[in-house]
Design a binder for this molecule. Structure first.
Ligand SMILES: C[S@@+](CC[C@H](N)C(=O)[O-])C[C@H]1O[C@@H](n2cnc3c(N)ncnc32)[C@H](O)[C@@H]1O
Length: 349
């Protein structure tokens, strides 16, 4: 997309232009929601698909996207989807970005920035509006000390306070909405009243450690060995002594854990990567029926697919889905869903 000022000059990222924008998202005209935000020229890096839309309209679009997905893929009533929890810091919130470099042959210069959505080439960028200011300082530093011609790939990140996170391990990348995320999972866990918590895909132990005070005991499972070592140290750092961390594939570890903790007294937090849970894991959960599953996901489509499997034949009931806008200006959104096992009539007898 090329935008020109009235005098024919080409606008660059960060320039402000008065434009009228008619945007189609699925079948919905964005301006049907009222005000369309001032257009900030969107970088072709492809990271911020919604930067040109006013923030309240972004939230409504995301709510509709999730409700549609749940209805279409999950066969779940859209009524269970709560309004999207907004992020009070809709710009300058990201604590982690990946910067690449690539030699731009036609222009005989090194591009340092993000991969473009349309052609896979590296787009030169000077700053990222959704990254926290210290990340932008780090971007400046990389640009001021460029590598020789070749390609680099560096992760720039701000470490979270009070958490040890190995360089290549996962941590949530919006600190501003993190308390709301924990609060949502905590409320679900408290009302589930389980005695034990199994935190699957636990990373550096974030949910298990944050929620350890709600249960008698907890176990975290993660296959990144460095993350598990950090999780054990994080538990000490947060003075949590009622849990343990296991380095394993979730699918291998879970059967044994569900013989140790009675499923009827156990809640599970599932926070898988974007591709969702393995089918075998979902089948195991359907057989064992832990009392409560709290499914956390940054990919609503795979989440809807997995919830459809879990809720098939009424094995689990989906109580509520809370979307949280951990990724303002982008099409992404985090969701937390609460499921309860439906008891089998002859088992009650
Ligand atoms: C979205 S992150 C969630 C991390 C953690 N819950 C948090 O909030 O920080 C997903 C995690 O699952 C781990 N993972 C992916 N597949 C796994 C598997 N099959 N078994 C165990 N861990 C896995 C990844 O290494 C990653 O740390």
């Amino acid at each position: 997309m090329k935008l020109l000022f009235g005098d024919g000059r080409q606008a660059r990222g960060g320039d402000r232009l008065p434009v009228t924008l008619l945007l189609f998202v699925g079948e919905v005209k964005a301006n049907a929601f009222g005000e369309v935000g001032k257009l900030f020229l969107q970088n072709v890096c492809g990271g911020c698909q919604y930067q040109h839309i006013a923030y309240p309209a972004q939230l409504q679009i995301k709510h509709k996207q999730i409700a549609d997905l749940f209805e279409r893929i999950g066969k779940i009533s859209r009524e269970v989807v709560a309004p999207v929890v907004p992020c009070l810091q809709p710009f300058g919130y990201r604590n982690r970005v990946m910067i690449r470099s690539q030699w731009n042959k036609p222009e005989q210069k090194l591009n340092i920035g993000f991969v473009r959505w349309d052609c896979g080439l590296v787009e030169d960028i000077e700053e990222c509006r959704i990254a926290e200011p210290p990340i932008n300082e780090q971007i400046k530093h990389v640009r001021a000390h460029p590598p020789p011609k070749g390609g680099i790939k560096v992760v720039l990140r701000i470490p979270p306070e009070n958490w040890e996170v190995p360089r290549d391990s996962f941590f949530q990348n919006n600190f501003f909405l993190l308390p709301e995320l924990v609060k949502t999972v905590r409320e679900f866990l408290v009302r589930g009243r389980a005695r034990h918590l199994i935190d699957l895909y636990c990373g550096v132990g974030f949910f298990g450690i944050e929620l350890a005070d709600v249960v008698e005991s907890f176990v975290g499972v993660e296959f990144d060995q460095q993350a598990i070592k950090a999780a054990r140290r994080n538990a000490v750092l947060h003075e949590r002594s009622n849990g343990e961390f296991i380095s394993a594939d979730v699918q291998e570890a879970l059967p044994q854990l569900l013989t140790r903790f009675s499923p009827g007294a156990t809640s599970l937090v599932l926070d898988p990567p974007r591709k969702g849970c393995q089918r075998e894991l979902l089948e195991l959960l359907r057989r064992e029926r832990p009392a409560q599953i709290i499914y956390v996901s940054c990919h609503p489509a795979t989440m809807a697919r997995d919830l459809n499997v879990l809720c098939g034949d009424g094995v689990f009931k989906l109580v509520q889905v809370v979307p949280l806008d951990m990724f303002p200006q982008t099409q992404h959104v985090e969701c937390v869903a609460e499921l309860r096992a439906v008891s089998i009539p002859n088992e009650q007898a």
